[in-house]
Design a protein. Structure first.
Length: 119
C-alpha cells in the first residue's frame, strides 16, 4: 500500500509541475531585435500570476501588453494601484512575432515614473 501511495503522489506532483511549466509561455515569441514606444490609456488590467497584462488603447487599436512577474514589479515599486483603468502609460516594448496587437513591455512609464520590468 505504501508503494501505491508513493507512486500516486509522484505522478500527481509530476503532472502539477508539467502543467505549471506549460502555462508559462516564455518570451521566445517576441522580437527582441525590435523595440518600440507607444502611449495610451489603460483599458483593462489583469493582475494575476504569472504575469500582469494591460490592454492599452493606442493608435486606434487595443494593444495587449505583457508585463513582468508580479513580485518583480512590486519589488521595483510598481503595484496594482498604479495601473488603474484610465491612466495613461507609455510602454517601451517588443512586438509578438505573430500577433500584431501583443507586446512584451521592457519598461513602462506611469504617473511620470519609469519602471524597468525586464532588464
Amino acid at each position: 500500500m505504501r508503494i501505491i501511495v508513493t507512486v500516486v503522489t509522484a505522478v500527481a506532483l509530476s503532472a502539477a509541475a508539467a502543467g505549471a511549466a506549460w502555462a508559462h509561455h516564455g518570451w521566445d515569441p517576441y522580437d527582441s531585435g525590435e523595440q518600440q514606444k507607444f502611449s495610451g490609456p489603460i483599458a483593462q488590467l489583469k493582475w494575476e500570476q504569472p504575469h500582469a497584462i494591460l490592454w492599452v488603447n493606442s493608435g486606434g487599436k487595443s494593444l495587449e501588453v505583457w508585463l513582468s512577474p508580479l513580485q518583480r514589479m512590486v519589488d521595483r515599486g510598481l503595484n496594482k494601484d498604479a495601473l488603474s483603468v484610465g491612466k495613461t502609460v507609455t510602454a517601451d516594448a517588443q512586438p509578438h512575432t505573430k500577433n500584431v496587437n501583443e507586446w512584451k513591455a521592457q519598461s513602462i512609464m506611469v504617473d511620470g515614473k519609469t519602471y524597468d520590468l525586464m532588464r
